[in-house]
Every structure is written in C-alpha cells, then in structure tokens.
Design a protein around this ligand. Sequence first.
Ligand code: PLP
Length: 398
Amino acid sequence: MLNEKMLALGSNRSTIRELFEYGKMRAAIVGAENIYDFSLGNPSVPSPPEVNEAIRAILAEEPSIAVHGYTSAVGDNNARDAIADNLNRRFGTSYTRDNLYLTCGAAASLICAFRALITGDDSEIISIAPFFPEYRAFVESNGGIFTLIPADTENFQIRFDLLGEAISEKTKAVIINSPNNPSGVIYSEETIKSLAALLTEKSEQAGHPIYLISDEPYRELVYSDKKAPFTANYYKNTIICYSYSKSLSLPGERIGYVLIPNEADNRIDLFNAVAGAGRGSGYVCAPSLMQRVIARCSDVMPDISSYRKNRDFLYNALTDIGYECADPSGAFYLFVKAPNGDADCFAEIAKKYDLLLVSGKDFGCDSFFRAAYCVDYDMIVRSIPSFKKAYDEAVNRS
Ligand code: PLP
C-alpha cells in the first residue's frame, strides 16, 4: 500500500516538463534552431563572475574537510551574518543571524514555512492567481487545504474583495509571489499596504496571526524604477522565503533561506517550528560550499541587462502583432492574453509553429499564456514569424 498523494505527485509530470520533453523530440526532427522554446524558467545568464571566483578561493583557502562537511543545522554563521548585513543595508532592518534559517532553495523554504503552520486537516493556505503551481503540491502533500483567489486580469494585483471573503479562522497564511511567476508583475506598495491592513484585521478577528508568506526568488530581477516593496517592513507576521536560484543563477545548487522578522508574534517559536520542519523534511544543513559562497557574495547583484534586452524586444514585437501583455516589470516572464481567449487551445495552435508556450491554466489563469524570456536573444528574434502565424490562426478561428 503506497501513499496515494505521493504516488499521484510522482506519476503526473508537470505540463512544463512535458512541453520541454516535446521540444527535445521535435528538435531531433526539425533541428534545434527551428524550435522556439519559451517553456522553462531556467536562468539563461551565467552566475556573476564573483560566484566562480569565490568557489575557487574557497577551495584554495579552506580545508576541504570543512568545505564539504556538515554545517550547523540552521546554517553557517558567516553566511547568515552576511545575509543579515545585506538586508539591513538595503531595507533599513536590524536582523542578525538569528532571523535566518538557510535552506535548499525556495522550494525547501516554502515547505518549511507551510509545515511550520499547518496543524491539521482544516489548515488552509490561500494563494492568489496567477500562482506558482507547486504551492498546491507543497500544501496538499503536507496535509493542508489550498485555496486560490481568482486573478485580477486587468492589473494582476489582488482582488481584495474576494480575498477578504475567503479568509476565515482556518486560514493559516496567505502566500504571495512578487515579482511574480508567471505574470512578471510586481505588487505595488499600495497593494502590499492594503494586504497588511487586511491581514491585521483578519488576524484580530480570528484570534491568531494570519501569516504572510512572501516567496521572493525574483526580488532582484526588476526592470522598472519601482522596486518590489520589502514585505516584512509592512506586515510583522511575514515569513520571507528567498532563493539564489534566479538572482545568482544557481538553481541547481539549491541554496536559499527563510527569514523570520524580529517583530513577528512568538518569533522564537515560529523560528523553531520552521527549523523543526526543516529537520522533519531532512533539509537541515543546506549545501555547505554554497553557504560559503553566499558568505562571500551576499552583496553581489545580478546583471539583468540581457533579460531586459530580451524582454524589451519580445514585448515590443508581440504588442506590434496585436498581443496584449501584463506589465512586465520583473522576473523573466511575459504573461500574454491568448488572442482567442483560451490559452490551452492557443498553446496547441502555437505548437504547430514550433512555438512552446505554457498555458496559464496551471497558473490559475486560463486566458493567458506564459513565455519565459530567459532564453537566447537570437531565438526570440527567429520566433517572431511563428508568433505572428499563431496569432493570425487564433484570431481567424475565433
Ligand atoms: N517560487 C517561485 C515563484 C518560482 O518560480 C520557483 C522556481 O521557479 C520557486 C519558488 C522554486 O525555486 P527554487 O529553485 O529556489 O527552489
């Protein structure tokens, strides 16, 4: 007898992975240069040079038994000190290592946060469409209820009327992701302030904190003057889940952190519950070499110029054709309205022109598709005639 939830998760491949595999199959037939694959959110710029320099220096300077050994369960002091210093300088906070629990990327951070809060079958975590589909898997496989608030398809902010109605006593947390995958939109300061006010009011009504889990792997990938507001400065019961996967192009190295702010209610217990969730999930002691890299590179910022160049070209080319896009202020995704209003159907039409796009259905927004522009610039240029043909076919059919 197997765990049915785990069996289902392991047996069903994600739509994005299927599309990626399909692309490889088509490439073998028509040639890789004729496939326009916008499916995966895998960074296309190399890690900043400081990262490899740090790795070389660590290997040269530190004893290998230490470099490859266990660190303390919560993470190395030097790395946590460096992260706290960086955040304090940028966001006017006063964190120390004691606010930080190092993990294996944002996925592990999120699971630690969910597991720390889910207390039984009626524990609910609410997210807002469009959303990162793994949230559902993470919450449900850890015994919680996952609820999704429909998208604001005009501005991709938050439909507070619907969120306000949905929050109840069983709600443990609301999870947000800004800059957002898949929309590329950044929540405005006004949105974060309204969210903080709503959660404060609802926490009082419920008689317990309703946490804000802020999933921020794209925090540093911003193309407008308006930076993503630092959520913990607006709402005390925030749990920040961060990752270096996108900012330092290190997705395979599995390094990130959970941050519990000083102001959070029962801060020590909350931190210990997160650490306990890490222990219970076997995530203790994030990769040791990467912890050392972060200790040396916490101030390194990504060079986002190629993403910006890709974004500008793709956005302009698509809007010239007639597509409508969400405001692409951050991350590396364009979220585009399907010209026929049905993203599943449009993604199939696009495939005929070897254009691999992800339908927004899995993201909770079925009239939009996602194009990840963390790809080769020349491929984007070559793909535009296919975007035009797919657009014309979709419009003619509808
Ligand atoms: N959250 C969001 C919104 C993401 O887009 C991703 C990865 O694409 C993750 C979390 C997981 O990130 P990590 O690779 O650090 O586990």
